[in-house]
Design a protein around this ligand. Structure first.
Ligand SMILES: [Fe+2]
Length: 295
């Protein structure tokens, strides 16, 4: 297995290894896991991907999420990101599927709005447009390391609120359905996620983040916006141009990503599996301290 850095400062392609080998072989998994902890984004090219193969690979890294209510694939381990309607035709731009893709074009980390956030996401290209539709990544680890020390210290002890309805509300009012809102109440997470393997810290932010605990709403929002802008400034990203057979895996603790647009009449079908974070991934350090009893 060769590790070829893609840059800038994170992301790498793993060559000479298949998802099936990593699923089946402890040593291959250990090498891939070490690369994941170090590089945050892993690219695999030329894979022969099936749903079962993707899931077997994904399970190596931890428990797969069950897809939430309101998403295609709900109740399964797969999120189906598609612009192809049930009739086999590409949906119009105002269709719910297309609006969902617009929400994916905001910088975010997956599942920060869930009760258990995500360690990793694995995305495979099944049908891709001729051009456009790239996925762009930034390292929130590098972003954190560029902040001044006083702000780093403050953020390590700050907590932000994340809400699925907030990010969807930026695209269209009511894009998050009442059913989704009920299933996904806002969650509060530390604003810095420390990797327990290598000790490196990363900003934990997303389009879902809307408030900072203990700060006035406007000041909290201003801080989130400022940190998001710094983390996603031009030139800091790795842009993945999808080819058929590509699989990309990323660390949701240490990156943000966004989809890029593509011509609306072209079909695109991607399949995502998502791994929940566990205690060994630093999950417990992310929760706010328990509130003192009121009595
Ligand atoms: Fe995403």
């Amino acid at each position: 297995m060769d590790i070829v850095p893609l840059g800038p400062g994170f992301a790498a392609e793993l060559r000479g290894v298949t998802l099936a080998q990593i699923a089946a072989d402890d040593a291959a998994y250990a090498a891939a896991r070490a690369a994941f902890e170090q590089h945050s984004v892993l690219v695999f090219r030329g894979q022969d991907v099936t749903d079962d193969g993707q899931l077997a690979f994904s399970r190596r890294f931890g428990p797969p999420e069950i897809t939430k209510v309101g998403s295609l694939g709900t109740g399964s381990h797969f999120v189906i990101l598609t612009t192809i309607g049930p009739d086999g035709k590409v949906v119009p731009p105002d269709h719910r599927y297309a609006m969902r893709n617009k929400a994916n074009q905001l910088w975010h980390t997956d599942s920060s709005f869930k009760r258990v956030p995500a360690l990793a996401s694995i995305l495979s290209a099944r049908i891709i447009p001729a051009r456009g539709g790239e996925t762009e990544f930034v390292s929130t680890r590098l972003a954190f390391e560029q902040l001044d020390e006083g702000l780093r210290k403050k953020l390590e002890n700050s907590f932000a609120w994340h809400d699925y309805a907030h990010s969807r509300g930026q695209i269209a009012e009511g894009l998050a359905s009442p059913e989704e809102r009920a299933a996904l109440p806002p969650q509060c997470w530390r604003m810095v996620w420390k990797n327990p393997v290598n000790g490196r810290r990363a900003l934990y932010l997303a389009s879902h983040a809307y408030a900072v605990e203990g700060m006035e709403p406007a000041a909290g929002k201003e801080l989130i916006d400022r940190l998001m802008a710094a983390a996603t400034a031009p030139g800091l990203g790795y842009v993945h141009q999808w080819k058929s057979g590509d699989v990309v895996m990323w660390d949701n603790r240490a990156t943000m990503h966004r989809g890029r647009p593509w011509p609306a009449h072209e079909a695109r079908l991607m399949v995502r599996t998502t791994i929940s974070a566990a205690a060994a991934d630093g999950l417990e350090t992310m929760r706010p301290p328990a509130k003192q009893a009121a009595e």
